[in-house]
Write a protein that binds this ligand. Sequence first.
Ligand SMILES: Cc1cc2nc3c(=O)[nH]c(=O)nc-3n(C[C@H](O)[C@H](O)[C@H](O)COP(=O)(O)O)c2cc1C
Length: 164
Amino acid sequence: MSAKAIVYTSNTGYTERYAKMLGEKTGLPVYALEEVGKKLEKGTPIIYLGWLMAGSVKGYNKAAKKYEVCAVCGVGLSDTGAMQEDVRKAHNLPADMPVFTVQGGMDLDKLRGINKMMIQMLTKSMTSKKDRTEGEDRMVYLLQNGGDYVSEEHLTVVLEWYNK
Ligand SMILES: Cc1cc2nc3c(=O)[nH]c(=O)nc-3n(C[C@H](O)[C@H](O)[C@H](O)COP(=O)(O)O)c2cc1C
């Protein structure tokens, strides 16, 4: 069944931007999960986007209870295409469910509470780690400096899937 809408959960805005970009490219209406209310009927087929938190897609479980999720897209700090198998495992997604991940960014000024603490702890443990790999060095840089990596290019694979 083809998707009739895009639903998303964003904490600091990167996922929201991707959801809106995807909405523009596909012509599908876009809703924030926390505001969708009764605007979409239960069981509507959707594409779901959520920010990546420790390998899971924020809001996915709630969205999947209400809607028929046709594809999942996690927005994280890692490279586009990374962590897809973590996401599949974290949510027990069937092998035929399209799973995508795209690189969003990190806005340290917008993080609050537990999320901020978790990033501070992760940064501390990664900076004190000896013999870091190149990938880990890059992650330390991203964690310490933040940055905005949102780009249309990252959605290419998602759009290829949608247009098939
Ligand atoms: C507590 C916490 C855990 C995170 N875990 C991951 C992760 O497992 N993988 C990843 O790629 N990014 C991770 N991130 C980075 C966010 O997914 C990234 O900043 C994302 O772009 C935020 O999107 P948003 O602006 O829509 O909230 C984490 C961020 C926080 C605050």
